[in-house]
Design a protein around this ligand. Structure first.
Ligand SMILES: NC(=O)c1ccc[n+]([C@@H]2O[C@H](COP(=O)([O-])OP(=O)(O)OC[C@H]3O[C@@H](n4cnc5c(N)ncnc54)[C@H](O)[C@@H]3O)[C@@H](O)[C@H]2O)c1
Length: 265
């Protein structure tokens, strides 16, 4: 155990994981925050997956607990925040990781259906705002807190599907709004834009759609300038750890690509 976020109380939405061969961004971030001394509340719609994350943390000697919540339901989000406050009396770190694209029926503009667009908005953008809405009063009262929202390089790149691109762009605007309106309360808000990552969320849907795994991986690797290799969930986790730690105490409102140089390549 090191102590970059020692004693901090973290609440992480989307801390379970899509099943697959590698580790996801949310789970890796939960594990790393716990390794560095935080107590982590792992929130997920899939309670079994959240409990698996908790078990991994506890097996390393870290502290974590799990709670079920669907970020589409405001009462679920509010209950998860209240559970954290009842247990610990504070929230130092709010990490919003929930997000999906193809799994929610995303498509190009002429093919996207209204129910799918609405669902993408509810899961990817409205859910993050709801978590912030309910956690911010406690953070303001404390006079401190760190929020990290997970967007995507899809917000800035040429990305074919409308729901993911627009909601992930919205996450950046949401974070800028939160940073500006909460700086006077000592609360920081930053947003991470992962690029091409070797995570189950990114790989498994494409494999399930029929492309051989090696082809999916090779195709994505080839598009990354830095070393011609995708990043891993640990790259997102380490960026998140830094932004949540006091090392980043003067950093707020930042949109940080974690993308192996694709945004400049
Ligand atoms: N993996 C990538 O390549 C990549 C790239 C860019 C951005 N991102 C972003 O990273 C985040 C997720 O990464 P990951 O690797 O942890 O994905 P993941 O799919 O492994 O984990 C997401 C978790 O969110 C949970 N979830 C889904 N819908 C939910 C809901 N409505 N309420 C509560 N929980 C819900 C899932 O059960 C899952 O455990 C997303 O915001 C995604 O857009 C990922």
């Amino acid at each position: 155990m090191a102590d970059r976020v020692k004693g901090k109380i973290a609440l992480l939405f989307g801390g379970g994981q899509t099943p697959g061969e590698t580790i996801g961004n949310g789970r890796a971030t939960a594990i790393l925050l716990a390794r560095e001394g935080a107590i982590v509340g792992v929130v997920d719609r899939d309670i079994v997956s959240a409990q698996d994350t908790v078990a991994m943390i506890e097996s390393e000697g870290g502290q974590a607990w799990a709670i079920a919540a669907d970020v589409v339901a405001e009462e679920d989000v509010a209950a998860a925040v209240q559970a954290c406050l009842q247990r610990h009396g504070r929230i130092d770190i709010l990490h919003n990781n929930v997000g999906a694209s193809l799994a929610l029926g995303d498509a190009p503009a002429t093919e996207l259906e209204v129910p799918a667009f609405d669902r993408l908005y509810q899961v990817n953008l409205r859910g993050m705002w709801l978590a912030c809405k309910h956690a911010l009063p406690a953070m303001r009262q404390q006079g401190s807190g760190s929020i990290v929202n997970i967007s995507s390089m899809a917000a800035w790149e040429n990305y074919p599907y409308v729901g993911y691109k627009t909601t992930k762009a919205g996450v950046i605007a949401l974070t800028q709004n939160l940073a500006a309106s909460n700086a006077e309360h000592g609360v920081r808000a930053n947003v991470i834009l992962p690029g091409l990552m070797n995570t189950p969320m990114a790989i498994e849907a494409r494999v399930a759609a029929g492309t051989p795994r090696e082809e999916v991986i090779a195709g994505r690797n080839a598009r990354v300038p830095l070393g011609r290799k995708m990043g891993s969930a640990w790259d997102v986790a380490y960026a998140s750890l830094f932004l949540h730690s006091d090392e980043a105490q003067f950093i707020t409102g930042v949109a940080l690509p974690v993308d192996g140089g694709r945004n400049v390549g």
